[in-house]
Design a protein around this ligand. Structure first.
Ligand code: FAD
Length: 497
């Protein structure tokens, strides 16, 4: 293997520009650290650039993610490139963004924060000196380069830095190591909003299964649906069954999952699906791409033929990257668990928050396993890689169990973690200390000054919204049907608690 031709040196190095990495890099830059952001793709944003953002709010309809992620929303809204927040009884809230404007804004944000960006650059090795992670080796058009850093933050989604640096990680669920099913999302255009909403109003379609057991919630949704900017779907099981029996549906999915986007005629389909993927195995990954590209025409024809409002729709855009919901999770100083989320645990070293439900797209079955949560905090210790110095992580790589990461993985919560990790890394290099030796109060004060929410400025529950929208109970009945062997075996994890 050739030796690196160039050596870069930086105080903070962030790998991956998804929701977590982009926010970590901007936070580090804004807090005065010399920062490099390395990204494999030719654009910034990772999966956040391909879909609406869910979960800025909690089940009491108050903002639990603020700071930089909220600032990004406001800047997009000011540019006419994002919807208002739409409150929702299952996902708490959704905001629609215009993907292309988000990518444009991201370049500007990096320039403003003084972050040096390396695109089309892949981490191929990790520099480990004893028990310290000292940077990475990347490959790109210029050849092989060495990047040395004071603190490295792994936001690759796959824990690539940790895995190549011999740092402990886990992947998938305990029973069989399988990760959540991945999905390549795509957009349909020329959808009739009126036709689609009429279909949602027909109870026979059961467009949102979560609401079916609660007539009160259903009625409240029906009262708002005509004026909602975004409409989230998870249902239509009978329609899919009808299409399957007619030989028109061969995708391993039994519900319509998707979002009627804020752009009037656009719908995001979240239904391609591959069972049993290993996202860190290139043969498995390539096979997944081959399968989802086969499924897109099947799904497009299904929508045109069966779903109200889609009669004239057409395939408008396929996302640039397969959506991997889960991959390597780096084992940190604390492993966040489902119990912490369901209990709404408040940690002394809290640095960000979340309130999104646990949302597991079954690794080898269809539909989801789900559990609602209370508003919880994320501790700094879950952002620090265990057993080494110099390595942090955020986003899908967070130190959390398969179940907990199924809540913390949504865009706003990943961004909140990113702001915390980037700020902690900047303070650590400033004080020439390990992140473990940081004063928690100094870090929390800095985050609070910069608008981040970790419990200090949480508003009371929004009673008006609760009355208007309603609330699902914390303990819902387990989702029915379509369980794969591991989620059915010995009862799903939810029932084992
Ligand atoms: C199909 C799907 C639907 C979803 N729907 C929603 C939704 O509607 N709303 C919501 O809020 N959340 C949703 N989520 C969750 C959320 O979008 C993701 O979990 C979140 O965006 C992950 O952010 P991340 O920064 O951890 O990872 P990613 O967005 O995956 O970013 C990782 C980045 O690292 C780069 N990278 C990887 N390896 C390397 C390497 N070796 N060298 C250099 N760069 C590398 C990648 O190119 C990528 O840009 C969905 C997820 C999926 C998969």
């Amino acid at each position: 293997m050739s030796s690196p031709t160039t050596t870069h040196r930086t105080q903070v190095l962030v790998i991956g520009s998804g929701a977590a990495g982009l926010t970590a890099a901007i936070a580090a830059g804004r807090n005065g650290a010399d920062t490099i952001l390395v990204e494999n793709a030719g654009f910034l944003g990772g999966i956040s650039s391909t879909l609406p953002w869910l979960g800025f709010h909690d089940r009491d309809y108050r903002l639990v993610v603020k700071g930089m992620p909220l600032e990004f929303c406001r800047r997009l809204q000011a540019a006419g490139a994002a919807s208002d927040f739409v409150l929702d009884p299952k996902c708490a809230s959704a905001i629609g963004i215009d993907s292309h404007w988000w990518k444009i804004l991201l370049m500007q944000l990096m320039r403003e924060a003084g972050v040096r960006v390396l695109l089309h650059s892949q981490v191929v090795d990790t520099i480990r000196e004893g028990d310290r992670i000292a940077g990475v080796i990347v490959e790109n058009k210029s050849g092989r380069q060495r990047i040395e850093a004071g603190v490295t933050i792994d936001c690759s989604g796959d824990g690539d830095v940790a895995a190549r640096g011999g740092v402990k990680w886990e992947k998938g669920r305990t029973a069989d190591g399988l990760v959540q099913a991945p999905t390549l999302v795509f957009k349909l255009g020329a959808v009739s909003r009126e036709g689609f909403v009429a279909g949602c109003k027909n109870p026979a379609n059961n467009y949102r299964e979560w609401l079916a057991p609660y007539p009160d919630l259903w009625e409240k949704m029906m009262r708002r649906i005509d004026r909602m900017d975004l409409i989230i779907c998870g249902g239509y099981a009978a329609l899919i069954e009808k299409a399957r029996l007619a030989g028109d549906f061969s995708v391993p999915q039994t519900r319509i999952v998707g979002v009627k986007l804020h752009r009037n005629d656009e719908y995001l389909v979240v239904m391609t699906r591959v069972l049993g993927l290993d996202p860190t195995d290139i043969t498995s990954l390539t096979d997944a791409y081959s399968k989802v590209y086969e499924q897109i025409p099947v799904l497009t024809h299904f929508f045109q033929k069966y779903v109200p409002g889609f009669e004239r729709s057409y395939l408008r855009e396929i996302a640039p990257m397969l959506g991997i919901r889960e991959s390597r999770r780096i084992t940190g100083d604390y492993v966040l668990k489902a119990e912490d989320l369901i209990a709404g645990r408040v940690f002394d070293d809290a640095v960000s928050m979340g309130g999104y439900h646990i949302d597991i797209h079954r690794p080898a079955g269809t539909w989801v396993d789900s559990h609602n949560v209370r508003t919880y905090t994320i501790p700094l210790r879950s952002l620090i890689a265990g057993g080494v110095e110099g390595l942090m992580m955020a986003g899908k790589c967070l130190s959390a169990t398969h179940e907990a990461v199924a809540s913390t993985r949504v865009v706003p919560i990943c961004m909140g973690q990113g702001q915390a990790a980037g700020t902690a890394a900047a303070l650590a290099v400033k004080h020439q200390r390990s992140v473990r030796e940081l004063s928690i109060s100094e870090l929390q004060d800095t985050l609070a000054r910069q608008g981040a929410e970790f419990g200090r400025t949480l508003e009371p529950p929004d009673q008006r919204a609760i009355d208007e929208i309603g609330q699902l109970p914390i303990d819902e009945p387990p989702t029915t049907g379509d369980r794969d062997a591991a989620s059915a075996a010995a009862g799903a994890w939810v029932e084992r608690r």
